[in-house]
Design a protein around this ligand. Structure first.
Ligand SMILES: Cc1ncc(COP(=O)(O)O)c(C=O)c1O
Length: 492
């Protein structure tokens, strides 16, 4: 029993540290002492007593898996063995877990400058990161504003766009146009510009009004453009339209089920916004940093055409190691805030704005990402996904396969429309987990989004798990398997 205790971090009993720190196998009374202790509780059990998890119905969810360490694409769990992280831990991880280069740079930064307020002060990691990122974003991005995560990056973008018009004496322009089914985060502004769904139901009356246009999916481009044109047409008798900004997830709507649309369709929407003086916001929180095969999804836009005015970045910004948000904008937007009148300033900030340690992680991650070896691995993942599409598409349970860059999504046919709450979800999640692969479905849409360190062998394991999920959906549809009756996972 004492072996179990010694191998089990962290011990439950406060006396146990004392006991074990003096331990040598020769200590004769140790067995006696330890025999009075009950086995330490697992991480998972301790968690259940004190924690509240995101997107989780705790009345029905199974206990979470305790993760004790991670390396490369693998999570090492305390009770479930190694699990292949095929969704990059909510789309954040780029280079694999606990990457030594990022770890080293973070440790060095912590010893030099861990944090300083960012009003009236600045520091090397924040400046260097902006210097390196801005020229790599399409469309002449001139200024970078730091915050804490994807939702705050979106809040900042919305406030910048609305105040831009306000500072230009157009306060009537405050409406935001959004794509159907979009997701931009969980803070109030981000919820307002996201799809109204069951997740946000209690807050609907508090969310500001937006105009929703169709996603320009293949065949719906004209409808989407026409809806945007209508939104940007002044009401009868009005001198101007009331739209401040258009926000989109460029080329892939992640949470909507990895719904893709073409760069040309995006180009048309952005061009119209540009003509009507509407600020376009590209929420690249998910699509940034190589996910779509290029550094940013907006890099797929036709050369020389309209580009977004504002970008929102997070998730892969630090390679998935630390929380950091970034909103960038053009000089034209920044200039609208310059004035002898102090009230025209952008009054927004967070305690941890531009945290030096997070910026150091982002700098290290960006260097790794731009290495030719990493770019080659992204291209290899894209090629492997593409080669797998026919096998998945031929499966009788598969309704659609979507693929862009390192994103591979499989929509499974089943009872009811595609949604988060689809009855297939729990069965699909468990099917992959039983094979040691973390493939967290978006309802009846399963997808792979591996970190770029993934090997060919690991990719094969991920594709097998996707096919097993399709088999499970098929067995359920044929009535040869029973669905799971309780929720094993949280919702998103
Ligand atoms: C496109 C997009 N925007 C914003 C967010 C919100 O980011 P965060 O969870 O860091 O607040 C997400 C999260 O999934 C996202 O996919």
């Amino acid at each position: 029993m004492y072996c179990a205790i010694l191998h089990h971090p962290p011990p439950q009993s406060s006396h146990l540290n004392l006991l074990t720190s003096n331990f040598s196998p020769q200590t004769s009374h140790l067995k006696l002492l330890t025999s009075n202790f009950s086995p330490p509780l697992s991480l998972s059990a301790r968690d259940q007593a004190v924690l509240w998890h995101p997107y989780t119905q705790h009345a029905t969810a199974a206990p979470p898996l305790g993760v004790v360490r991670a390396e490369g694409a693998w999570l090492h769990t305390e009770a479930h063995g190694p699990v292949l992280d095929a969704v990059s831990s909510w789309w954040v991880n780029l280079h694999g877990h606990a990457h030594p280069v990022i770890a080293e740079r973070v440790a060095r930064q912590l010893r030099e400058l861990e944090h300083v307020l960012f009003a009236g002060f600045t520091h090397e990691p924040a400046v260097a990161l902006a210097e390196r990122l801005l020229p790599r974003l399409p469309g002449g991005q001139a200024r970078a504003f730091y915050s804490d995560n994807g939702s705050t990056a979106v809040e900042v973008a919305l406030k910048m766009a609305i105040q831009f018009h306000h500072n230009h004496h157009r306060p009537h322009r405050r409406r935001v146009v959004v794509l159907e089914g979009s997701y931009h985060g969980d803070t109030f502004g981000a919820m307002a510009v996201s799809e109204r769904n069951l997740f946000t139901r209690p807050f609907w009356p508090l969310l500001f009004d937006v105009t929703t246009i169709p996603v320009p999916r293949p065949g719906r481009e004209a409808a989407s453009l026409a809806a945007l044109r209508a939104a940007l047409t002044p009401a009868a008798g009005a001198p101007d339209h009331d739209v401040a900004a258009f926000i989109c997830e460029p080329l892939v709507l992640g949470t909507a089920g990895m719904l893709t649309y073409s760069p040309h369709a995006l180009h048309e929407l952005l061009t119209l916004c540009q003509r009507r003086g509407v600020i376009s916001i590209a929420d690249e929180v998910f699509t940034g940093f190589g996910r779509t095969g290029k550094l940013f999804a907006s890099d797929h836009l036709p050369f020389g055409g309209a580009t977004p005015d504002i970008f929102c970045l997070s998730k892969g910004l630090t390679g998935g190691t630390m929380a950091l948000g970034l909103t960038t904008c053009t000089a034209q937007i920044y200039d609208a805030f310059l004035s002898a009148d102090r009230t025209r300033a952008f009054f927004h900030g967070h305690s941890f704005t531009a945290n030096p340690v997070a910026c150091a992680a982002a700098l290290a991650s960006l260097e790794l990402l731009l290495e030719p070896d990493c770019q080659a691995r992204i291209a290899a993942i894209e090629a492997a996904h593409k080669a797998t599409v026919p096998a998945l598409a031929a499966h009788p349970a598969v309704a659609d396969v979507r693929h862009l860059g390192t994103v591979l999504a499989v929509e499974l046919a089943g009872d009811g429309p595609t949604s988060y709450f689809h009855a297939l979800r729990d069965t699909l999640y468990q099917t992959a987990l039983d094979r040691g692969v973390l493939l967290r479905p978006l309802g009846n849409v399963v997808y792979a989004l591996p970190p770029y360190c993934v090997t060919a062998g690991e990719l094969a394991q991920i594709y097998d798990a996707l096919l097993a999920q399709a088999d499970a959906a098929y067995a359920l549809a044929q009535g040869t398997a029973a669905p799971l009756t309780h929720s094993h996972i949280s919702e998103f």
